[in-house]
Design a protein around this ligand. Structure first.
Ligand code: GLY
Length: 288
């Protein structure tokens, strides 16, 4: 049964502006769902759902990404398809509006899994992914946060996981990273197994939150190990987030789809915008 779930990042509750987050994740779930409903691939569905969130200025990915300690932009993204464990990732890119599409080009290249900075930009040029001025991706909100030195709240990272009619699972994650990070820092969102994982025999996962903590516990892959153990998506999501907090020593959350199309999610932060869509629903469910 085709299914998609998206997240808009685990973090603080902004109080005001929740409606904007709700409509953002809802639109992203619909963008992916249109592809699945037309018999399309889960890989396309997660790419286009994440692109919708990268294009939305309220989320920390693509347009609206947070800035490094020196005021620059360095974005990470990864994407994975679960039938042949095909994966691609980019890190520390600054000149593409949709890093997830660049990660997909790396996947399609088939030779490497992770390319960084200028190496990744060279793939953009070689494969026709449009490059832009990094300044065009910096919003007034993030510029102000940088000037104020604000690092309030984690997350804002975006992600999607889907299952298509062929039984293929795909997962994708994209982020500007942590506000005020040291230039050159790479987080979990670029690392297969940490921020993103998909395996048709189990399911797919996209994580959000404190990247260093997520890396410590290899969170996405570990969530699928819990799923294998218990065959329960809610249990797997909850226990994985407990692991993140207790062993990883950080906060965050994740979304999950298993090979049968069951969705689960959990977070340790006050808020994690989520939307999901499946044939049983008439319109996306936005449970936050
Ligand atoms: N989870 C996003 C990051 O830490 O970069």
């Amino acid at each position: 049964m085709p299914t998609i779930i998206v997240h808009g990042g685990a973090g603080a509750d902004p109080g005001q502006g929740r409606e904007e987050l709700r409509s953002g994740v809802r639109a992203a779930a619909l963008a992916g769902w249109e592809i699945l409903a037309a018999n399309g691939r889960a890989l396309d569905a997660v790419e286009w759902a994440v692109r919708a969130l990268e294009d939305h200025p309220r989320f920390n990915a693509g347009l609206g990404s947070v800035l490094t300690s020196t005021g620059t932009l360095e974005m990470d993204a990864s994407i994975m398809e679960g039938d042949r464990l095909g994966c691609g990732a980019v890190a520390a890119v600054s000149r593409v509006a949709n890093p997830i599409t660049l990660a997909r080009r790396v996947l399609e290249g088939g030779r490497h899994v992770l390319l960084v900075a200028e190496g990744a930009h060279a793939v953009a040029r070689a494969t026709g992914v449009p490059e832009c001025d990094p300044a065009a991706l910096v919003t007034e909100r993030q510029r102000r946060r940088h000037v104020e030195g604000s690092r309030v709240g984690v997350g804002g990272t975006v992600g999607a996981v889907a299952l298509d009619r062929r039984g293929t699972v795909a997962a994708a994650t994209s982020t500007g990273g942590m506000a005020g990070k040291q230039p050159g820092r790479v987080g979990d969102s670029a690392l297969i197994g940490c921020g993103t994982y998909a395996d048709n025999t189990l399911g797919g996962v996209s994580c959000t939150g404190d990247g260093e903590a997520i890396i410590r516990v290899v969170l996405a892959r570990q969530a699928l190990a819990y799923l294998k153990e218990a065959d329960d998506v809610d249990y797997a999501a909850r226990v994985a987030v407990d692991l993140l907090v207790e062993e990883g020593r950080g906060q965050g959350g994740l979304i999950l789809v298993d090979w049968r199309g069951r969705t689960g999610w959990a977070h340790s932060t006050p808020l994690m915008p989520v939307a999901l869509m499946s044939p049983a629903l008439l319109e996306p469910r936005v449970p936050f």
